[in-house]
Ligand binder design. Structure first.
Ligand code: ZN
Length: 534
């Protein structure tokens, strides 16, 4: 199969075609040009959006423009057109983002802007997001509506004329009732403070069917290298679409506006935009193998973008990717390899492999190896070459002379406290955060590794997890050849005694539900930590 590498230079094409014709320039020279990624295909899948501009009934004529935008953006209509449609191609807008990270497979071409229309409610009385979008669509004038084929669009993007709310109303498409007919559409609401790439790419991601990304803690929004972790990600400033004043004033330190990062491999695989020739596979149980991966922001080399580690079950997949600090990943703190568990089918499906302290999801040359004894694979970063934009990774079965994996029993009680007991040579348990001693908030989250063949993580150390999702920890055995580690997962705890309808009763601030007291009741943290059941 012949691979088509098209160096995308939309800007040059536009500049050439438009020479001497001021009108057809998408923006004047003041807009900073965005260097697009090369494409793998010249036939993009069109994912057009119907952008509906709607004004609140009490301020019909307001058109709020956030401060600090590129000086070429002088009004809200220009902002909407440049940021949301291919009219702003080459400025680092949302259509550039999806075109780039999909390597040309996805295009927002064909998106259409209609409005302004007046909403049947004031800003103060605006309903929840889904109803804002649906009522915005129903506000389209009859004359305009007859010329709109709603089913032709991926979804509705309702843009309001003043700060209010921004976000997706569903994962993927949902039923929307517009002019008495039901349509399957993705649904996004944006306000003037929502139009910067990091935020909008996340919401359009939901519109394309993505869930939030997780890490192994497990923690939602904790994959800082994937735009589906929203604000908790590594971003950079785009000079054309800078921070929204609304976000910077409400949540300091987070959501300050910005662009990037790209999408992780599980999301790109879900979007089906990585050609087969750009992926490599390693099957559990096969010989060790060395792979050279190209950075996700550098598809041009022809090297694989990912190696997928396939277990005994074909839907049991771990993915390896290399991320370099350029393109949409410019905000990353360092060049590093990321490993994800990709659960094909369930939701959520993407789990960043955090690793021991110091790794935190970013695996580098000379650092720790990722290994999963249950799955049967170990991955080691051998080299990172920022000039070639490659990472060399060895992947193999878990170490032959290493000790057998530990056997463990694990549980979470209804207040979220974890107990894990394991046996095996020089066994230990490594918790994924949330550990403390009585009266102390921080503690190294490790127990055991004293040479003993039993470890019970608990005692006078408290390990807290979630009461609503399974908790995970790592348990390892060690000998001179290395370690064998397994992921330990506790089931979701049963409801607290006497409280059949709820797992965790609500306690006042500073207190928590203490199952060690008889009868169990809300008690101050310190009191609960010091009293243990016999
Ligand atoms: Zn979200």
């Amino acid at each position: 199969m012949q691979k088509i590498i098209k160096i995308a230079s939309i800007w040059k094409i536009i500049a050439f075609a438009c020479m001497g014709v001021a009108l057809c320039s998408p923006a004047s020279a003041k807009m900073t040009k965005w260097p697009s990624y090369p494409s793998f295909t010249s036939t993009a899948r069109d994912v057009p959006w119907l952008i509906v501009k709607c004004a609140f009934s009490d301020e019909k004529d307001a058109r709020v423009l956030p401060p600090g935008l590129n000086s070429d953006i002088k009004d809200l209509d220009t902002y909407i057109k440049l940021f949301l449609t291919t009219d702003g191609a080459g400025t680092g807008n949302i259509s550039d983002y999806y075109s780039n990270v999909s390597y040309g497979a996805i295009s927002f071409a064909g998106s259409r802007i209609v409005g302004w229309y007046t909403l049947p409610f004031s800003k103060k009385n605006a309903p929840a997001r889904f109803n804002v979008a649906q009522q915005c669509a129903n506000s389209i004038s009859t004359a305009d509506a007859v010329n709109i084929d709603f089913d032709k669009y991926q979804g509705i993007v309702a843009v309001t004329n003043d700060y209010h709310d921004g976000g997706a109303c569903a994962i993927g498409k949902t039923s929307m009732s517009i002019f008495g007919k039901t349509h399957q559409l993705a649904c996004i609401v944006l306000d003037p403070g929502s139009m910067w790439t990091a935020f909008a790419a996340h919401e359009f991601g939901h519109g394309l069917g993505f869930q939030h990304s997780w890490d192994t803690t497990p923690c939602e929004y904790c994959d800082a290298y994937d735009v589906m972790s929203a604000c908790d990600t590594w971003q950079f400033g785009n000079p054309n679409y800078p921070p929204s004043v609304l976000e910077t004033t409400t949540i300091p330190g987070f959501c300050q506006g910005g662009a990037g990062p790209g999408l992780n491999i599980p999301n790109l695989l879900k979007l089906n935009v990585i050609p087969a020739a750009e992926t490599a596979t390693w099957k559990v149980g096969s010989q060790p193998q060395v792979f050279v991966l190209t950075a996700l922001s550098h598809p041009e080399s022809g090297l694989p973008l990912t190696v997928q580690l396939v277990g005994s079950q074909p839907k049991d997949v771990y993915t390896v990717e290399y991320r370099q600090t350029d393109g949409w990943d410019k905000g990353l703190p360092q060049n590093a390899v990321m490993i994800h568990e990709y659960k094909i089918g369930p939701s959520p499906y993407s789990y960043l492999q955090e690793g021991p302290s110091g790794v935190n999801g970013a695996w580098t040359a000379g650092g720790a190896s990722w290994q999963n004894g249950n799955f049967g694979a170990v991955a080691t970063v051998l080299a990172i070459d920022p000039i070639q934009a490659t990472a060399t990774v060895s992947i193999g079965p878990t170490c032959a002379k290493c000790p057998p994996p530990p056997t463990c029993k694990a549980s979470t009680d209804c207040s979220g406290e974890l107990t894990i007991s394991c046996s095996g040579p020089n066994v230990g348990v490594i918790f994924n955060g949330n550990c403390r001693k009585p009266g102390s908030e921080s503690l190294t989250c490790t127990a055991g590794f004293t040479g003993a063949s039993m470890v019970s993580a608990g005692g006078n150390v408290e390990w807290f997890g979630s009461t609503t999702v399974p908790n995970t920890a790592q348990a390892c055995t060690r000998n001179a050849a290395g370690s064998t580690c397994i992921a330990v997962q506790t089931p979701i705890p049963a409801a607290c005694p006497g409280l059949p309808n709820s797992n965790v009763p609500t306690c006042s601030e500073g207190e928590r539900w203490c199952t060690k007291l008889s009868p169990p009741r809300c008690a101050p943290d310190s009191q609960c930590l010091l009293i243990r059941a016999p």
